[in-house]
Design a protein. Structure first.
Length: 343
């Protein structure tokens, strides 16, 4: 008898651990939704209904990850919020076109299945789905020894939403003299972390010993779904933009129609401590603006007459405020005025 049998487990892949993780996802998702069984998870594919109240439904799909923010989670050994980030990065894109998130799937690749770590990540994903009013319908966990170093992992998310044809936020709804409103971010969200890591390395800063950074760098991305969908349903906005990688200017120009320009007053931006800290540590104005959201997590474009009604849908911490307006211009999509106050 050969005592040196080649097995999958010896290669570093543990099928039994993976099965236990699937069972955990099923139970935690079902508990969150008040169901005895969450039947979609564990199968080869997931089946979901398109809400029948949606007239002329259009499907919108998005995918994203959280980049090198996973390394902050690893450094701090804190994984219960990174899943919220993952959901936020996709659903905040969906609502830009007016879509309501319907379902979400995740992909986790890791060197070796660590049930404690993975369970914590999934709890965050489930919480993110709850905040987004959508369902976690499935996903994939890949154990990849040799591809990832010990303890390393990556995550990606995939969201699908639906919008009525007449509710799509297309560029042609944006008008001359519309206001551009900033909704505050909760912090860095999930962009610019490679620059953050570089700065920390150059300055030899240990975030585990820095109370301020330890808190700020792991803050989850704000999910804007509830507020923005309410505004869309009430026909209160003409457009919007999710401010992610590339910063304010690069993201808002994606929704500006031809022959119009977004005039942004940078001196109106209400930035927060983490951005002020980054600037103080040596990141230039130009780098700040093209890398980080600088305190503006999401933008709304709306008729000035609707500003008062719009504000009623937000808590004080995330109340929108004016940072610019739409003007006619055949050459530029974005024009910046003033400068951010980092003090």
């Amino acid at each position: 008898m050969n005592n040196k049998l080649i097995t999958y487990k010896k290669s570093g892949v543990n099928i039994n651990a993976a099965d236990k993780f699937v069972n955990f996802i099923t139970s935690v998702s079902s508990k969150k939704r008040g169901k005895k069984k969450f039947s979609n998870i564990g199968g080869f594919g997931s089946i979901s209904n398109i809400p029948n109240r949606i007239k002329q439904p259009k499907i919108v799909a998005c995918t994203d990850g959280v980049g090198t923010k996973v390394e902050i989670a690893n450094t701090l050994n804190k994984y219960n919020t990174i899943g919220i980030d993952l959901v936020a990065m996709s659903v905040n894109d969906l609502i830009v076109q007016g879509a309501k998130p319907l379902l979400f799937l995740d992909y986790i690749s890791i060197n070796k299945i660590d049930l404690k770590k993975l369970k914590s990540i999934i709890k965050g994903i489930v919480k993110g789905c709850k905040l987004s009013q959508c369902e976690l319908v499935g996903g994939e966990t890949a154990e990849m020894p040799g591809t990832y170093e010990k303890g390393k992992f990556d995550i990606a998310g995939f969201a699908v939403g639906v919008v009525s044809k007449n509710k799509i936020l297309s560029k042609n709804k944006i008008k001359n003299n519309d206001l551009i409103l900033a909704i505050p971010s909760s912090g860095l969200h999930s962009n610019g972390y490679s620059l953050v890591h570089y700065l920390l390395k150059q300055k030899k800063i240990d975030i585990k010993k820095n109370k301020f950074l330890k808190k700020e760098l792991i803050k989850p991305t704000k999910i804007y779904v509830g507020e923005v969908l309410n505004l869309i349903n009430k026909n209160l906005i003409n457009g919007c933009a999710n401010i992610t990688g590339g910063g304010l200017a690069d993201n808002i120009k994606r929704v500006i129609p031809d022959n119009f320009v977004a005039e942004l007053n940078l001196d109106q931006i209400k930035t927060s401590k983490i951005f002020k800290w980054l600037h103080k540590e040596g990141v230039s104005d130009k780098e700040m603006l093209k890398t980080f959201n600088c305190g503006v997590g999401f933008c709304l474009i709306a008729d000035p007459k609707k500003l008062g009604r719009i504000k009623k849908y937000f808590s004080k911490s995330f109340e929108p405020y004016v940072i610019g307006k739409i003007s006619k211009n055949s050459k530029l999509k974005v024009k910046l005025h003033g400068s951010v106050n980092w003090i």
